[in-house]
Every structure is written in structure tokens, then in C-alpha cells.
Design a protein around this ligand. Structure first.
Ligand code: MN
Length: 229
């Protein structure tokens, strides 16, 4: 947030998974709600808001309370706008499917599904930005740009917070230069670890190891790219 402020960035969009995994879900939801102009629903947000009576979600649900869970439940699945002549969609995993997960190495056909038209605008996107896999990257193919913003609180490639900046004429259908930058922000990982240590959160050891190493707890030997559940 300090890095964003220092750069004078006027609007902040959050691409989901506000809550779950970490020790401070309630604080995360409140901060994001206060600071972000647009907030998109993630798969964790969906599960926490919709699944009752499951052990693995109960700790977070108790912390969040009914009002925040209601807020998460009503978040949209995507946002779309024009910038410098490009139609841009931002989502958590895929604009039309919260559980369609693609990686950098996923075949092009599957990744092209992210560009499909939506209920609100039946037109292929030019640029799609997403989250979900905790691995920042940008790729151009088939006259499209697909980028992943990475993760602020649980990065799984470099142990630094990650976000993306889009620069162009917001709301403009006229073609002009557009830039997409991926930013890494060093932060006090051990402070975050100490917050986790103070709680009895589920899977605390695995979480702390992920913060320190940026390696996914469930990564299999042969698996390529980034992964999380
Ligand atoms: Mn996710």
C-alpha cells in the first residue's frame, strides 16, 4: 500500500482471495474494502462465504464474522473496462469461471478461454489480468496479453509482495500506448511469521514455510509452474 501511494496511483483493484490461509483475514478484508475501488471474488472468498460446517474453513469464518462473509459472498467475478483502446478484463481465475485454473505452461486453447465474452459484454478481451496461482508473469500470444499479478500475502516464486500497474488512458477506446508492469515489494517476512505464531491458525507450519521460501506446500516433484488450492 505504501509503494502504491508513493507512486501516486489513483485506483486500486484487488483480484480476490482476500481471506483464508493467513492469520489476519478480518484485517485484510477491512483494509481491502477501505482502500480498493474494485474488489473481485476469489475461490477462497467463495468457499468461506458459501461452505458452512467444514473444519478447514471454520477458523477463518469465526474470525471474519457474518458481515464480512456476506460482503465476500456478494463480490463480482470480474471487472471490465477500456484502456488506451484495449478491452481489459480483470478476474481471479477466469472471468466466467472461478475454478478454471491456468498456468504459464497451460496449453494456449485453455488460456484463450479467459478472453471469452462475458454476460455483460459479448466481446473477446484484448488483455486479461488474473490472480489465483500466486505466480506473477506476463505473456503475449494470439494478439492477446495475459498477465498474472502474483500475490501480496502469499507469493509462491519470490518471497516478496507482488502487484501489477496498468498505465494508459482509463476508459478510452482510442488506441494509445499501454503499459503493464509487475512490481516486487520487499517486506518484513519475519514480522508476518510472528503474527502467524501468535495464533492457533490451521496449517501454521506450512504457511510459515511458504512465507519464508515462496515454495508451495503441495508442490509435486514433476509439477511445473505455480500451484495452490
Ligand atoms: Mn485462489
Amino acid at each position: 500500500m505504501e509503494d502504491i501511494e508513493r507512486r501516486g496511483i489513483p485506483r486500486i483493484f484487488c483480484l480476490g482471495d482476500l481471506a483464508g490461509k493467513g492469520p489476519n483475514s478480518a484485517q485484510a478484508v477491512d483494509t481491502i474494502r477501505e482502500r480498493c475501488e474494485m474488489v473481485i471474488k476469489g475461490n477462497w472468498d467463495h468457499f468461506l462465504a458459501e461452505t458452512m460446517g467444514e473444519e478447514k474453513f471454520a477458523w477463518y469464518q469465526e474470525q471474519l464474522g457474518p458481515k464480512r462473509l456476506e460482503y465476500l459472498k456478494n463480490l463480482p467475478l470480474y471487472t471490465e473496462f477500456y484502456m488506451s483502446g484495449k478491452l481489459i478484463r480483470l478476474c481471479h481465475a477466469s472471468p466466467n469461471d472461478l475454478f478454471h485454473r491456468v498456468y504459464l505452461h497451460t496449453e494456449t486453447e485453455e488460456r484463450m478461454k479467459l478472453f471469452r465474452g462475458t454476460k455483460s459484454l459479448d466481446r473477446e478481451a484484448d488483455v486479461v489480468g488474473y490472480g489465483d496461482i500466486h505466480g506473477a508473469h506476463i505473456d503475449n500470444f494470439n494478439n492477446k496479453t495475459l498477465f498474472n499479478v502474483g500475490s501480496v500475502g502469499n507469493p509462491l516464486e519470490i518471497p516478496q509482495a507482488s502487484y501489477a500497474i496498468l498505465e494508459g488512458n482509463y476508459g478510452s477506446m482510442e488506441e494509445n500506448p499501454l503499459s503493464i508492469s509487475l512490481i516486487r515489494v520487499p517486506y518484513d517476512v519475519e514480522l508476518a511469521v510472528s503474527h502467524a505464531e501468535m495464533t492457533d491458525m490451521p496449517h501454521k507450519r506450512e504457511y510459515i514455510l511458504e512465507l519464508r521460501t515462496a515454495k508451495y506446500r503441495g508442490r509435486r516433484k514433476k509439477e511445473k509452474g505455480y500451484s495452490h488450492k
